[in-house]
Ligand binder design. Structure first.
Ligand SMILES: Nc1nc2c(ncn2[C@@H]2O[C@H](COP(=O)(O)OP(=O)(O)O)[C@@H](O)[C@H]2O)c(=O)[nH]1
Ligand SMILES: [Mg+2]
Length: 367
């Protein structure tokens, strides 16, 4: 639904142009960052922009979050901190599925439906694989075109090639900024073939797995672990010749789900069929999410789960920083080589070597 009141330079599309550059690129060579440098905004101006719901400002702020440059990282950290009091008032939906399952098409249709219901919808599409091509991103942009330019939506595909932990952090902090900007329905899209969905599950409230019917292997390389995380499985492309196959697949997935242990929140994940193309079944999906939110709000689990996620991220972040610091330490690197040789020669047990290395790094743990 193009809206003449919102010129191109105000839409999320403008922001996306900078994303095709790796964020670690020399700023002097990168159009996006260079533009930022020329008319650099203060953290206060960015904060005000975000709080007023300005999507251009939101996009610039997310660029800072994704940046590897120390100065920009610093500004981003302050922004996230200042946005926290305004964040949290949203439903966070994670969507995963193999490439081609129809995630982008689904999000376009579903996002517009949620806007019709009065929501403001933000979409963060992440793919941690560095191999993701420019073409694929452009494909997503065209598949989410109507949503991208809608004044009540913000669409942000990120082709970041950072570490998994880094990508998860950037996504989580982008969610915070989107919420502070007044978006109350956040969709995080990931490709369901890697490990990214495990970290996305720590960011979202509701996890939707998008599947296809037929094609031989019913599980389509989706690991059992991912199915276990799903709060809802949707068989997409249930249209045209595909209807019977979709109904069959629905049965198969229902049977598979029966074998999984019950979820601690009392929720029973269902299997639905839908067509992102015709819009059929999308209403049921939104009703399912609504039921989930109502149920877990009443039981207190919704809030409890977010707290648990934050505590998990605290520990994970500490573990990562400690591990990185340890293995990057020059002294440790040298000692590690020596111990590795001794382990090969059977002179020392790996546990003893580990203890000695840790004592060398943290002298205070020595008994
Ligand atoms: N028939 C049919 N095709 C669909 C449907 N949803 C997506 N597609 C098509 O499937 C292809 C991949 O869709 P896309 O949204 O890019 O998948 P993604 O890789 O999971 O994001 C595109 O050609 C879509 O037009 C659907 O519900 N029915
Ligand atoms: Mg896609």
């Amino acid at each position: 639904m193009p809206d003449k009141k919102y010129p191109k330079d105000k839409s999320a599309l403008r922001v996306q142009q900078g994303i095709e550059q790796p964020s670690a690129m020399n700023p002097a060579l990168s159009g996006g960052l260079h533009r930022f440098k020329k008319d650099r905004l203060s953290p206060e101006e960015l904060l005000q922009g975000i709080l007023s719901g300005d999507r251009g400002m939101l996009g610039r702020a997310i660029t800072l979050i994704e940046s590897e440059l120390p100065l920009e990282k610093q500004v981003a950290e302050k922004l996230v901190h200042d946005c926290l009091p305004y964040a949290g008032k949203s439903v966070r939906l994670g969507i995963t599925g193999v490439p081609g399952a129809g995630k982008s098409t689904f999000i376009e249709a579903f996002g517009l439906q949620m806007i019709d219901k009065g929501h403001r919808v933000a979409v963060l599409a992440i793919d941690p694989s560095s191999s993701r091509s420019k073409g694929s991103i452009l494909g997503d942009k065209t598949r989410m075109e109507a949503l991208s330019i809608h004044p009540d939506a913000f669409v942000r595909p990120s082709a970041t090639s950072g570490t998994l932990g880094g990508v998860a952090r950037a996504t989580r902090e982008s969610v915070i900024l989107c919420e502070a900007a007044g978006f109350d329905f956040i969709i995080v899209e990931t490709v369901g073939v890697g490990q990214s969905e495990t970290s996305v599950a720590q960011i979202v409230d509701f996890f939707l797995l998008l599947m296809l019917a037929g094609g031989g292997d019913e599980l389509q390389g989706i690991k059992r672990g991912i199915m276990e995380m799903a709060d809802l499985i949707v068989i997409n492309k249930a249209d045209g010749d595909n209807l019977t196959k979709a109904a069959l697949a629905k049965k198969e997935f229902e049977n598979a789900l029966h074998l999984f242990p019950a979820l601690p929140n009392g929720w029973n994940p269902r299997v639905l069929t839908a067509s992102a193309l015709t819009g059929k079944g999308l209403e049921e999906v939104s009703r399912e999410i609504e039921n989930f939110v109502n149920l877990t709000n009443r039981s207190g689990w919704f809030h409890e789960n977010r707290q648990q996620q934050s505590l998990f991220l605290l520990r994970e972040s500490i573990t990562r920083s400690l591990t990185d610091g340890f293995f990057e330490n020059q002294t440790i690197r040298q000692q590690l080589k020596v111990y590795e040789q001794q382990i090969r020669e059977g002179k020392i047990s790996p546990y003893e070597a580990a203890q000695k290395l840790l004592e060398s790094y943290f002298p205070e743990i020595k008994k």
